[in-house]
Design a binder for this molecule. Sequence first.
Ligand SMILES: [Fe+2]
Length: 242
Amino acid sequence: MNKISRREAITGIIGATAGVVTLSANGLASPEQQNAAMAFRGTHQIKPLPFDAAKLKGISEKIVKSHWENNYGGSVKALNVVEQRLAALLKEKDLPAYLYGDLKREELIRTGSVVLHEKYFANLGGNGKADGTALKMIEQWFGSYENWETEFKKTGNALGGGSGWVIMAFSLHTKELHNYWAADHAHNAPFSVPLLLLDMYEHSYHMDYGAAAAKYVDAFMQNVNWEEVNRRVEMAQKISLI
Ligand SMILES: [Fe+2]
């Protein structure tokens, strides 16, 4: 018998009591979705990969496509289902609050997965050579690019064999730049703008490198799209002035 996770079990149990609508084959929202309150529409769409998966250095096309389709794509679809079920169950007066809470937790985790993966894929496909406003900010806060890269990679290597994210982020509260460790999709430094994200879940590298996570971290650095990171830095700088 196949084992199912607690998350799958909860979704399955609740799903039995609530109708769920999904996006039609052409990606358009159904009449039910169009009439739902915006928070419950569940109409998130999978964004295309912003680079040619066959052209990354040291990260295979096979793993990029699997990651994009199964892990990221799966989270987009799951988030849509969760939002729709939240709407349906809102009307069920007898539903225990803790069951609603399970779906609210799932909403947070899936939202984190969707956002972090979209940011991750968007900061890949470059030449790996830091420049511009990002490099300037890194040098300001870390003394040198080498110092920053050593810490960023060390944080990634520390997550090898498990799961999580490394997120270089600018805190809008402290107005500081740091490399933050994140245990999962729901674990971010509060009120910070993610500038460069490294996915350290095993699904990002295990097919290519097995348990040798450090090799994946090295390969990731060669593919960073610093143009995209620069755009994010400039956006963070504008927001922090508001
Ligand atoms: Fe991932």
